[in-house]
Design a protein around this ligand. Structure first.
Ligand code: FE2
Ligand code: FE2
Length: 274
């Protein structure tokens, strides 16, 4: 049996320490789990998209786990398509890669191929996005008889694969359609994401969509629309055995229930147009 932990949305920073108290319990739990691999699905930092210090300090904390890990970036780590203040670009990706090696990867465990995908590139219509799509196709085509699982930051959809644009919360309809075609064609069995700071486990059209909880903070109704899933902090444990997987949410002992709403003016103040 191969034990893989998914942690997500830690939002760490040496300057903005609002959620730092939740790192130690997460770290202690992670180490105690004796996992074969830890996957961080992004928003590692408060603002790695613009702060080298945030990226360096957060990478040092991850390295300090002493557990083998892989990470994919979130919008707060590398920016995002359509964000006029922090578009994802070569400079931001380069910073991520300097500290976290790469923004896409795959790992073979049991009879599975786990593929880390940089969801911040979806809809960018850039050469970088095209390169990633070609890489993703080949990572899946070369998987042989292994089952496929994707790990990334932003979910493909919230309630339904053909829902309209949900804005900040999920992948835009045009790139989503291309990606769902890949999910269908390659019979991807599992897509596990972060970003929403909610836990959910739902199977849609034969694919299991897991939303892994944040260990950092919850988002109240003023800052997040109604959507499925449970508002709880924690992490996700995957136990891969042959072609099967058991997926469980874990409340991590010692996490404090922080709400972004209480500190959003300090952590993510509104930006004024230049
Ligand atoms: Fe987040
Ligand atoms: Fe995010």
């Amino acid at each position: 049996m191969t034990r893989v932990l998914q942690i997500s949305d830690t939002h760490l920073s040496p300057r903005k320490t609002h959620f730092e108290a939740n790192w130690r319990p997460l770290r202690d739990w992670t180490v105690a789990q004796r996992a074969d691999l830890v996957i961080h699905t992004g928003d590692v930092t408060v603002d790695g998209a613009d702060s080298d210090d945030d990226m360096r300090a957060s990478a040092a904390l991850m390295d300090g786990l002493g557990v083998r890990y892989r990470a994919v970036p979130g919008n707060h780590d590398v920016g995002e398509v359509g964000n006029r203040h922090q578009p994802v670009n070569a400079e931001r990706l380069e910073r991520w890669r300097r500290y976290f090696e790469c923004d896409r990867w795959y790992e073979d465990v049991a009879q599975w191929r786990l593929i880390g995908v940089d969801s911040m590139l979806f809809g960018d219509d850039s050469d970088e996005e095209a390169r990633q799509l070609a890489w993703l196709e080949s990572a899946m085509s070369s998987a042989g008889t292994r089952k496929l699982a994707w790990f990334m930051h932003r979910p493909l959809f919230l309630e339904s694969p053909d829902e309209p644009d949900t804005g900040y919360w999920s992948v835009k309809p045009a790139p989503r359609a291309r990606l769902l075609e890949l999910v269908d064609r390659h019979r991807v069995a599992l897509v596990s994401t972060g970003h929403l700071h909610k836990w959910r486990d739902a199977t849609v059209n034969g694919c299991r969509y897991v939303w892994s909880a944040s260990s950092g903070f919850l988002v109240g109704p003023d800052n997040q629309p109604e959507m499925p899933g449970e508002k709880r902090l924690g992490a996700t444990v995957f136990e891969f055995e042959g072609r099967e997987v058991a997926v469980t949410h874990h409340d991590v002992a010692g996490l404090s229930t922080f709400w972004i709403d209480d500190v959003i003016h300090e952590v993510y103040p509104p930006r004024r147009a230049a």
